[in-house]
Design a protein around this ligand. Structure first.
Ligand code: Y43
Ligand code: MG
Length: 240
C-alpha cells in the first residue's frame, strides 16, 4: 500500500474572522477534531467571485498570523438576481435589513436562493490557499425567528418549514452551507496534514507577536462571556 506523506504542522490552525457567530458555529461543528484557535480580525475583502475573495482573505490572514490559517467568506445568492447579492450580502444586510433583503425579490416570482460558504486554508502567505465550498438551497421569506445571526431569519432551507433563525442551532449545523464546506475542510486536513504541536511553547503569542490564544477551557469561557457582552450591546442597539 502506498503510504501518504503528510505535511507536519507545528502550530494549530488559526481561524481568522471578525464575526463571533461564525466562530461559534465553526467551533460547534468541528468540536475538538482539529487543533483550532481563533483570531478576531475583520480582513479587507476584494470584490469579485466568491472563491477569489476567500483566497485573498486567506493570503492576508496568513501574512498577518504567520502560520496556518483558515478563513471563510459567506454569500447569499438569489437565483432571480443572477446570484446577487452574493458576497456583498453583508452590505445589503447592513443597509436594508432582513426586510429589505426579502423585498428585493418582490418583483420576481422566483424566491429561490442558496447560501454558499467558501473556506480557504493556507499554511503560510507564500502557498496557494486551498478552497472548499458548501451550499444549502432554500427560499427567501419574510423574516421569521431570532435576529441574532445575519440573514438567518429570511432563509428557509428546502425541505424545512422553519427559517435558519427559527430552527435549533444543532439542526442548522447539520445542513448548513458552513457545515457542508467544513466537512470538506476536515477530511482534506485529516488526509494531508498532521499536527505535531510542541506543548511547552509560548502558545499565547504567535511568531508575529499577535495575541493568539490556545483553545483552553478558560479561554472558551472568556469567549462566551465576550460573545454574551457583544450580544447585549447589539440588543441594546436594536432597541433604539
Ligand atoms: O450562516 C449564516 N447565517 C446568516 N448570516 C450569515 C451566515 N454566515 C454569514 N452571515 C452574514 C454575515 C455577514 O453579514 C455576511 C457574510 O459576510 P462575510 O464577509 O463572510 O462575514 P463577516 O464580515 O461578518 O465575517 P468575516 O470577518 O469572517 O469576513 O453574511
Ligand atoms: Mg467579512
Amino acid at each position: 500500500m502506498a503510504s501518504v506523506t503528510k505535511v507536519v504542522l507545528s502550530r494549530p490552525v488559526t481561524f481568522v474572522t471578525g464575526n463571533a457567530k461564525k466562530l461559534e458555529e465553526v467551533r460547534s461543528i468541528l468540536g475538538h477534531s482539529l487543533p483550532l484557535q481563533s483570531h478576531k480580525l475583520d480582513l479587507p475583502e476584494l470584490q469579485g467571485e466568491p472563491e477569489a475573495i476567500s483566497k485573498e482573505k486567506a493570503r492576508l490572514a496568513a501574512e498577518k498570523i504567520k502560520g496556518p490559517v483558515l478563513v471563510e467568506d459567506t454569500c447569499l445568492c438569489f437565483n432571480a438576481l443572477k446570484d446577487l447579492p452574493g458576497p456583498y450580502v453583508k452590505w445589503f444586510l447592513d443597509k436594508l435589513g432582513n426586510e429589505g433583503l426579502n423585498n428585493m425579490l418582490m418583483a420576481y416570482e422566483d424566491k429561490s436562493a442558496y447560501a454558499l460558504c467558501v473556506f480557504s486554508f493556507a499554511t503560510d502567505a507564500d502557498t496557494e490557499p486551498e478552497t472548499f465550498m458548501g451550499t444549502t438551497e432554500g427560499i427567501i421569506v419574510p423574516p421569521r425567528g431570532p435576529k441574532d445571526f445575519g440573514w438567518d431569519p429570511v432563509f428557509q432551507p428546502d425541505g424545512y418549514e422553519q427559517t435558519f433563525a427559527e430552527m435549533p442551532k444543532e439542526e442548522k449545523n447539520k445542513i448548513s452551507h458552513r457545515y457542508r464546506s467544513l466537512a470538506k475542510v476536515k477530511s482534506h486536513l485529516e488526509a494531508n496534514y498532521e499536527f505535531d504541536i510542541p506543548s511547552e511553547t509560548d502558545a499565547n503569542n504567535d511568531s508575529a507577536g499577535n495575541d493568539v490564544e490556545k483553545d483552553t477551557p478558560k479561554k472558551r469561557k472568556r469567549e462566551e462571556d465576550d460573545e454574551a457582552a457583544h450580544e447585549e450591546t447589539k440588543h441594546k442597539k436594536e432597541e433604539k
